[in-house]
Design a binder for this molecule. Sequence first.
Ligand SMILES: Cc1cc2nc3c(=O)[nH]c(=O)nc-3n(C[C@H](O)[C@H](O)[C@H](O)COP(=O)(O)OP(=O)(O)OC[C@H]3O[C@@H](n4cnc5c(N)ncnc54)[C@H](O)[C@@H]3O)c2cc1C
Length: 489
Amino acid sequence: MAVLPWLRRRTEVVESVPPLVAGLQAIAGKEHVLWRSDELRSYEYDGSIDVGHPDAVVLVGNRDEVVEVVKLARRFGKPIVPRGAGTGLSGGAVLSQGGIAVGFSRMRRILDIDVANQRATCEPGVVNLDLSKAAAPHGLYYAPDPSSQAACSLGGNVAENSGGAHCLAYGVTTNHVLGLEMVLSDGRVVSSGGAVADSPGYDLTGLAVGSEGTFAIVTKIVVRLMPVQERVRTLLALYDTVDAASATTSAIVAAGIIPAALEMMDGLTIEALRRAGHQGLPEDAQAVLLVELEGLQEGLDELVTQVEGICTQNGAREIRTAKNAEERDRLWKARKGALGALGQIKPNYYLQDGVIPRTRLIEVLRTVDEVSRKYDIPIANVFHAGDGNLHPCLVFDQRIPGDTQKVVAAGADILRKCVEVGGTLSGEHGVGLEKQAYMSWVFSEQDFDAMHRLKRAFDPDERLNPGKIFPTPDQVAAATKMWHDAAGT
Ligand SMILES: Cc1cc2nc3c(=O)[nH]c(=O)nc-3n(C[C@H](O)[C@H](O)[C@H](O)COP(=O)(O)OP(=O)(O)OC[C@H]3O[C@@H](n4cnc5c(N)ncnc54)[C@H](O)[C@@H]3O)c2cc1C
């Protein structure tokens, strides 16, 4: 069929591709580079309230492409920000200074499951839950289970040193990562640790875990797998007050019992979950504890009885036990869907991540309640109570002028209290862009200096995820002003 001349002219219009983009296309293939503004939109965000604009996104397919991208970024003087699934809650994957987002959604292969040695080797884009699914036929699983585990990547977990509901008994990501392959900011590839239990030399793996993508880009991860326990029992204890649920948390651990999970959800969270259609949750409880106990068949029933006794002594008005795997799954689905359900209350949320000594739960949760009233912002609490890892979730409507400033200021009040009682700013979500301004509450100039020197040893040009973690005077000033404005002081 003859092509009309005007149509030919239109199809022949050659889009002018910026040189950086052309370079990325040459490395990863045209179809794996995003650079038009509509394509970039979803890469401007993560799960936090921060926003930043990448110059381009490259979806890398292997380690060698990462090396080439790093070299290209150097030539163009551009920042590089690794990106997993973008579920981070501290702005870690947000490009606050532009540059290249290196996405790992194509590097999702589980390279090896070594059943005999209970290890797995994975690419960084592997989704957390997919690893446990792949290990399940061998009676194994990957223990760190962030509530986002159906979406978040192992690379993101490593960078944030993520925790999860079952980290109380088994430890967070750093306790399960045995080795890493990493690309440094000059394109060199280094390996640390490995499949054996210990390795000589500096613990570069330990250093990289939790470094929020600021030291190196992780391209391979060796993790420990754990055997699935013989038996598991899941309890839901219902309370009329948050204080009573908090007291139970301390009492269980003080009795020398470390449950596999010990999670709290307050009344507002339960209401949101019920509105979102989750079944099996009480109508009028002000708090529930989700307690999971597991181990060998023998002795587990006695442990359950002991925990039930502690719950009752501390004011539980009812204790429900999951009768089968289906009921257990339903409870966990509710717990892990809690943040999403908060959309039933308000369209946006701002989640805090302070950690406190478990024994101060009652006091700090009362402060959270006071802050909620002071700023007139509903705050839902859904958190890893056993770890003392609070997640006050401030729900708001970003479209209402002043609301965002209010939640940021209210969040700062809560974090301040966490620090005052001997806690700290982040239990598992990292510092990113969100908590930089408060870092000087917990670190001295000398601390910052030591950290900075370490950062520069790995990344002398500060090209990897720049502008994160370390506070700048401007940010501190802006945060202080916002706090005063919102508090009306
Ligand atoms: C509903 C919900 C529930 C959550 N629950 C939990 C929870 O229970 N526990 C918890 O700890 N967190 C939780 N999170 C936070 C988040 O899911 C975790 O921080 C997770 O590890 C982020 O993984 P990601 O793949 O989404 O990483 P991203 O958000 O894409 O990135 C996070 C950080 O990792 C860096 N990064 C990513 N890949 C690499 C790589 N290959 N090399 C180097 N750096 C890299 C990025 O630069 C960034 O700094 C939750 C988030 C949501 C939305």
